[in-house]
Design a protein around this ligand. Structure first.
Ligand SMILES: Nc1ncnc2c1ncn2[C@@H]1O[C@H](COP(=O)(O)OP(=O)(O)OP(=O)(O)O)[C@@H](O)[C@H]1O
Length: 226
């Protein structure tokens, strides 16, 4: 597992502080990040692969600074966004998966083999040549996850991956996350998603308010909002 370290991390949008001195070190296989709307969870998650840079402090992945060496860190750390439509860029399902490997240096055959593997794994093989925008919400999110996994990252960050989905699709996506060999970090409001997680971090007003097991973190979060 990779070790992710936040060292005195602050972040401000303009003069508005969003993270106010976060110190964290984690390397568990499954880590959840929860907290109220606007508490800073997405900001924190985006810093892990350098999509956002700290205003002060550092975020490192296995010792590599995510703000300075973003491209290097992003080869190791994939990011799944809440809305798969923002991630789907090519007309068909297969083309979209292959697009993720456009700069990989892999041969056409190897790319085709990886596309096939993901199509089968996420039961999208019947839709390989269909327009991606016609997939169901759950299938779209699986495609977005597949487009990240096809690059074989070691760590996957998912920012509210089930928020836009109905119960059935949310379950499909949650099972997909469960089945991953990778280290997974999930930002979510769906607390049931975290039952089997090793560690859950509660963010409140830009600070770590609680850090522990899901059994302890969920009541701690509830107490914060009451
Ligand atoms: N690009 C931006 N410019 C200005 N303010 C921003 C920007 N992105 C986020 N913010 C603000 O930063 C604060 C934290 O946002 P963030 O998305 O990290 O919260 P969150 O905990 O993920 O919230 P939610 O649960 O609602 O997704 C919010 O008040 C938000 O309005």
């Amino acid at each position: 597992m990779s070790e992710i370290v936040f060292d005195s991390v602050t972040h401000a949008f303009g003069d508005r502080p969003v993270l106010r001195g976060v110190d964290l070190r984690f390397s568990e296989r499954r880590v959840g990040i929860i907290g109220s709307n606007g508490s800073g969870k997405s900001t924190l998650a985006r810093m892990i692969n350098g999509l956002l840079k700290p205003t002060s402090g550092t975020v490192t992945v296995d010792g590599v600074d995510a703000a300075r060496k973003g491209a290097q860190v992003r080869r190791k750390v994939g990011f799944v966004f809440t809305d798969p439509d923002t991630q789907i860029v090519m007309p068909t399902v297969s083309e979209d998966l292959a697009f993720s490997l456009r700069r990989s240096g892999l041969s056409k055959q190897e790319i085709a083999a990886r596309v096939e593997e993901i199509l089968v794994r996420f039961r999208l093989d019947q839709h390989a040549d269909h327009p991606a925008h016609l997939l169901s919400g759950g299938q779209k999110q699986l495609l977005a996850i597949g487009a990240v996994l096809i690059r074989r990252p070691e760590v996957v960050i998912a920012d509210e991956p089930t928020t836009l989905l109905d119960l059935r699709n949310a379950r499909v996506v949650s099972e997909a996350l469960d089945s991953m060999d990778q280290q997974v970090i999930v930002v979510t409001h769906q607390l049931a998603l975290l039952e089997s997680f090793e560690r859950v971090i509660v963010i409140d007003d830009g600070l770590v308010a609680f850090d522990g097991s899901p059994d302890d973190a969920v009541p701690a979060y509830r107490q914060l909002v009451e």
